[in-house]
Structures are given as C-alpha cells and as structure tokens.
Design a protein. Structure first.
Lengths: 115, 111
C-alpha cells in the first residue's frame, strides 16, 4: 500500500479563521512533507519532518504551523491566511528523508481557497 | 543549489505516437531522478524513477534514460493513449537534501 491520505479535500476559509489540514500514511515511513502548489507550477517544499522532528522549514510564514503528532500523522495548522495562500496543499511521505534520495509518495492534496 | 530545466512545457501528440520529455540538471552530486504524473485535481504520482548507477529503465510503455556526463535525463512514452494526458514533472535529488522539480510538461494526447 503506497497511499497517503489527506483531509479535507476542499477547504474554504476566511482570513480570520483557524483551520487544520490533516495527512496520514501507514507505510511505516519516517519522513513526511508539506508542499504548496499553485496552478501550472511544480510543488514548492514548505516543511520536512524526519523521525517526528522538524528538519526543514523553507522560510514559511508563521501563519502556517506544522505538527507531527506521531510517525503516521502530519498536520498543518492555518491561521490568518491571505488570499495569495490559496493553492493545492500536498502531503508526501518517504522512507526516512535522511539522504534526500528516498522516493516520495504524494497524497491527493487539499484545495484551499482563502476569501 | 540544484537547478532543473524541463522541456517542452507543452507537448501535443496523436494517440499511438511516442512522446519524449527532457530534463537537465546542474548538480553533479544528484543521483536520484523520479518522474511524476499529475492529473487534474490530483496529487503527483510516481510513474518511474532512475538512480545514477543505471543508464536506462523501462516499465511497459514508459522508459527513462540518464546521461550523467551530460547531466540530462528523459522520459519516453510509447504508444500514447488519451489517459496519458496529464502534467509530468521531473525531479533531481541527492546533491541537496530535497528534490528539485522541473517546471512541468503538459502532455495532450489527441484521440
């Protein structure tokens, strides 16, 4: 099973709302990733967790707050977002992320619209 | 850091034709090269990958070739079908901690 699941599939929120995106994998992977993807662009890395520890934060604004409660779950907490944050948010996982040459498996994404 | 160039940005073919997408990379330390297919409204799905110790890999109608000396790798799809229509991304990693993606190729297969 190479499935990564994400909820919700779609999310519409106002600029003052607080919401969370959730990601889950049961492949025994120890690295999990959040990406942001704008239309017709490649995914842009936001955060990497390796063995439940945040190992990379690609200078993402503090209105995005990641959390890795355990090795199977990854959350992205959203607060005070801007309309330009509207995008497809992708979660991915890989074996351990230590060498950067692991195969990454992506989830279907959450389509976020900020009004 | 790594820089990955992908061409063409759009590729239109007739059903049954072959399609080739090319990528070049800049970091000679990169040693892992995956290809992803992304259909509309879905996440990227790995379709094939190659590591630097091999020059070619095939999986049914899909093949990838790697030329480490020239720092380029290509995706070949034979006997294209309408369901092959999607955006394809190449990526390179190993030199840096995280993969660098190309800008994507929109493949359109006309029935």
């Amino acid at each position: 099973d190479t499935e990564v699941t994400q909820t919700p599939k779609h999310l519409v929120m106002g600029m003052t709302n607080k919401k969370s995106l959730k990601c889950e994998q049961h492949m025994g992977h120890r690295a999990m990733y959040w990406y942001k993807q704008k239309a017709k662009k490649p995914p842009e890395l936001m955060f990497v967790y390796s063995y439940e520890k945040l190992s990379i934060n690609e200078s993402v604004p503090s209105r995005f707050s990641p959390e890795c409660p355990n090795s199977s779950l990854l959350n992205l907490h959203l607060h005070a977002l801007q309309p330009e944050d509207s995008a497809l948010y992708l979660c991915a996982s890989s074996q351990d992320g230590v060498q950067g040459t692991d195969t990454q498996y992506f989830g279907p994404g959450t389509r976020l619209t900020v009004l | 850091g790594e820089n990955v160039e992908q061409h063409p940005s759009t590729l239109s073919v007739q059903e049954g034709d072959s399609a080739v997408i090319k990528c070049t990379y800049s970091d000679s330390a990169s040693n892992y090269f995956p290809w992803y297919k992304q259909e509309l409204g879905k996440g990227p799905q790995l379709i094939i990958d190659i590591r630097s110790n091999v020059g070619e890999k095939k999986d049914q109608r899909i093949a990838v070739t790697l030329n480490k000396t020239a720092k380029h790798f290509s995706l070949h799809i034979t006997e294209t079908q309408p369901e092959d229509s999607a955006v394809y991304f190449c990526a390179a990693s190993g030199g840096s901690y995280i993969p660098t993606f190309g800008r994507g190729t929109s493949l359109i297969v006309h029935p």
